[in-house]
Design a protein around this ligand. Sequence first.
Ligand code: G3P
Ligand code: MG
Length: 252
Amino acid sequence: MAQSLTQLYAENRSLIFGHRGAKADAPMNTLPAFELALKQDADGIELDVHLSQDGYPVIIHDFTVDLTTDGNGRAADMPLAELKELDAGSWFGEAFRGVRIPTLDEVFAAVGDKLAINVEIKSNSRRTTGCEQVVADRIRHFGLQSSVIVSSFDPLALRRFRRIMPDVPIGFLYDRDTPRWLHPLMFGLKHEARHPHYTMIDTEFMAWAKTRGYRVNTWTVNEVEQARKLRELGVDILISDHPGVIRKALYG
Ligand code: G3P
Ligand code: MG
């Protein structure tokens, strides 16, 4: 089994997660990128999830397939079979030609027993697509409650997920561009972690988070010096496109 988040946090160091896998070295959000993060000794991975038209959780960052596949259109408008026809690797490099968009099940099956996983639920509407329920079902199916953390920029998605699966930790994602009015939507919603952009973290912020009992998990930390500073500040998880480089620099 993958170590539980509780066990990992107990190591009392900044954990290293691969952002969309080892994003700098392989096509983001694909199995090769996640497997490479594992090879690079990451503690975990971060990935982005959407639902296909027929309700399967698929791992892709954008709402459309345009940027990272040879297709066009919204992922939510395509059934899984159609998404699976797309080449999600060639845009990154010839060596990855034919790599497919993975489902959440495929990622859980490939690395769920070896890595902690930060599942980011992508959401751009007030109404649910049903993604929270499906993600909860798949986590339960694979028995990964103790090694998964669910995050989102959308407090409503977090609220729904918490209601469905209260035993899995959740984290609120935000940066300086996050509309002010979204923050109060987290009031009254118990959450275990804050996932601010790394430029928002300083001593004062860490003290504030600590008094509230929040873990602090941040992104996207690609510079070694920045990673060192954040480690000194006591950040819990550093999400990086270069998990191998950051791991080596921090822990040899
Ligand atoms: O979860 C951290 C980070 O992935 C959030 O932003 O746009 O890379 O999904 P984004
Ligand atoms: Mg993400």
